[in-house]
Design a protein around this ligand. Structure first.
Ligand code: ATP
Length: 247
């Protein structure tokens, strides 16, 4: 029995199920990347780790419905979304922040946030206040063009814009890439707050394993497109992870 099959039967100790992924295969045309991946995500911060090329981005793109699932099933709050067109994802409570290309560079910070906030039920101003509380640096730059922000500010804006959608499930692909330690701390603190104060479920793909583990409830490690391990943080030992990075 593969590891993917054994973890699927494990019960988690908190929260209700938000996302269920069963026997997922995905990739790029003829090139298969993910192989028989099975896990579920509760109301939690769920970290996806793995070395370069392990399949983290491919997994998040597949969950965001931007890559077709060649085999398997994805359900969001019990609704089968496997074949759903990507443009309907946000209406179903799913927001995705890719590694790059996640902003409208010619528009201002405020315009980017307002575009994100068009969906959802809470008043726009209330959502803007939330984002500015998480990222005060954006409040000082509301009129600045998004394309002229620093890397860290741009990443904050991308995450803030996704939060404006009031998603049930927020998929973040390597939000710490290229950021200085201070920005990484601010960003990860805001991710934790989005989970704790706004109740968002978060799937976080990261190269920065140490930081991701600090805020994650559970950790999935991918290796060559397959699940290497899936554990609660409290049961995780660093050697579990380093083994996957040395394959
Ligand atoms: P990294 O940490 O370096 O970003 P990753 O874990 O996110 O890596 P992926 O980007 O998902 O890994 O890549 C997984 C595999 O899929 C790699 O072997 C990669 O070369 C391949 N791959 C990624 N994008 C494409 C593509 N557009 N066409 C073909 N193969 C691709």
């Amino acid at each position: 029995m593969t590891y993917a099959k054994t973890v699927s039967s494990q019960k988690s100790t908190w929260g209700s199920e938000m996302l269920n992924v069963t026997n997922l295969n995905s990739g790029y045309g003829e090139i298969g990347v993910l192989n028989d991946v099975t896990f579920d995500v509760k109301d939690e911060v769920f970290a996806v780790l793995g070395s370069n090329g392990a399949g983290k981005t491919t997994l998040l793109k597949t969950l965001a419905l931007l890559l077709p699932t060649s085999q398997g099933r994805i359900t969001l709050k019990d609704a089968d979304i496997t074949q759903m067109p990507a443009h309907l994802a946000s209406a179903h409570g799913l927001a995705y922040v890719p590694q790059e290309g996640n902003l409208f560079p010619a528009l201002s910070v405020m315009e980017n946030l307002r575009i994100g906030g068009r969906t959802g039920s809470r008043p726009m101003d209330e959502k803007l206040d939330d984002v500015f509380t998480l990222f005060p640096r954006l409040k000082d730059r509301t009129h600045q063009q998004a394309g002229s922000l620093s890397g860290g500010e741009g990443q904050m804006l991308a995450v803030g814009r996704a939060m404006m959608q009031e998603p049930k499930l927020l998929l973040l692909d390597e939000p710490s890439a290229g950021l200085s330690p201070l920005f990484v701390d601010i960003l990860f603190e805001s991710i934790k707050e989005a989970r704790e104060k706004r109740g968002m479920t978060i799937v976080l793909a990261e190269q920065n394993a140490v930081k991701a583990i600090e805020i994650a409830d559970r950790i999935l490690v991918l290796s060559l497109g397959e699940i290497h391990l899936l554990k609660e943080r409290k049961n995780l030992e660093m050697k579990d992870i380093t083994a996957a990075y040395h394959i």
